[in-house]
Ligand binder design. Structure first.
Ligand code: SF4
Length: 420
């Protein structure tokens, strides 16, 4: 799938809709628009939009955006005219054009000829949330996703996310014989914009249904919540995962995590390490769950001598997001205390094995590229990839020389005795 910026997306959506109409409703198209307009469009929307040079100058881009928007508006107005047969509105790319038009443009008054004038949508106009925002006129399920940083740069990608789960065993240190290959036990595909957290419950339920409930489930930092940890425990699974460390600054040595704040539930107030009391207490819903957001006064935080240890928020004051449920708070406290120990960190290092599996899936099965359009077919592609990896691993296990005892150096032997 090609990556398109907002301007290219709008232009390519017009192109895709005109191509679809020229195929499905050529008679209607030629009757609805003058030949001279169709000739202009044939020239403008002949090649793919991102195959020609989009102007770099802001004013030229805005002008081009206004042209794309006017064309999109003209097509949609004609299609949704009451005299147009209803089936024309059912052409998929026409409906996608309507959505892209709404998501990328706003009405900017009327021109001197009385026609509606449109311009590209900017931040102050309101941008639709990523979960709803179309990213391609050819695949309505694809979304933009982001995942932390790599080499100091934010990582973005377009399309889908594959969530892989595999069996894992600690390295065998007794007889040097492998006890069996690690196999992929679940593969789940979401659009790239869906948070990892939304995949966790489904993964647990499918493992349960397949009678593959693990005693310990190692997960990345995006997958857990206190409630999910509790639900997994009810199924007999301990989640080994870095659970809600209390904001990005909490990872900085010496920073004030949530545990540094005293909460007075009766007075509905929190007291910070500097003895300041909170100025706001707001019950709300976060990620579909009840939460309380506590805020401190901007004036207190601005002049605070230890502010660097407390917050990096641009708005200038510290806030906390806390669970109203005492059982979940206790779960979080226990988890945070456990995760500070080196024993836990050593244990959690086992999760790094999944990175090798992901790399194998990328290299061997080409998982990085969706071969089909739409979520259902991409899910099928990922399921085939997982099955292929399992077959490769079983084949390697049954037929490779790895069946024989591994050569172990004396130094490794000494080290494994020291580190159980
Ligand atoms: S930054 Fe604000 S909340 Fe944090 S310790 Fe200082 S006064 Fe308290």
């Amino acid at each position: 799938m090609r990556e398109l910026n907002r301007l290219e997306l709008l232009g390519e959506s017009v192109r895709a809709a005109l191509e679809a109409l020229a195929t499905a409703a050529p008679g209607w198209l030629s009757a609805a628009f003058p030949t001279v307009v169709l000739g202009e469009w044939a020239e403008r929307y002949g090649p793919r939009i991102n195959s020609w040079h989009i102007p770099a100058a802001r004013t030229k881009r805005e002008r081009l955006g206004a042209v794309f928007a006017a064309d999109a508006y003209a097509v949609c107005s004609a299609v949704w005219d009451t005299r147009t047969p209803a089936w024309v509105r059912e052409v998929e790319h026409v409906e996608l054009l309507r959505q892209v038009l709404v998501q990328t443009t706003v009405i900017d008054g009327a021109g001197t000829d009385g026609r509606v004038r449109l311009r590209l949508r900017e931040k102050p106009d309101g941008i639709p949330p990523g979960a709803l925002r179309l990213a391609s006129p050819y695949d309505p399920d694809a979304r933009w996703g982001s995942h932390g940083q790599r080499e100091g740069r934010d990582v973005f990608w377009l399309g889908y996310t594959a969530h892989l789960t595999e069996s894992c065993r600690p390295p065998d240190t007794t007889d040097g014989l492998p006890r069996g290959p690690n196999l992929i036990t679940d593969v789940h595909t979401t659009d790239a914009g869906a948070p990892d957290l939304t995949a966790t419950t489904g993964i647990g339920q499918r493992l349960d249904a397949r009678d593959l409930v693990p005693a310990e489930h190692y997960l990345g930092a995006g997958y857990p919540s206190a409630r999910l940890v509790q639900e997994a425990a009810a199924r007999g699974t301990t989640m080994i995962t870095p659970l809600l460390r209390g904001g990005s600054h909490a990872r900085t040595p010496g920073a004030f995590g949530q545990d540094a704040f005293r909460i007075d539930w009766t007075a509905r107030q929190a007291t910070c390490p500097q003895g300041k009391t909170s100025s706001g207490w707001y019950p709300c819903r976060q990620h579909g769950q009840d939460a309380i957001v506590v805020e401190f006064a901007r004036d207190d935080c601005r002049s605070c001598p230890v502010r660097a240890q407390c917050t990096t928020a641009k708005r200038g004051f510290r806030s906390l997001s806390i669970h109203p449920d005492p059982a979940l708070r206790a779960c979080l406290r226990t988890a945070r205390a456990t995760q500070r120990t080196s024993a836990w960190e050593r244990k959690y290092a086992l999760r790094a094995g999944i990175e090798g599996t992901i790399n194998q899936a990328l290299d061997v099965t080409g998982l990085r590229r969706a071969r089909y359009r739409g979520l259902p077919k991409t899910r099928l592609q990922h399921a085939y990839s997982a099955a292929a990896l399992n077959l490769i691993r079983l084949d390697a296990h049954w037929h490779s020389p790895a069946q024989h005892p591994r050569h172990t150096t004396r130094l490794i032997g000494l080290y494994t005795q020291l580190v159980p």
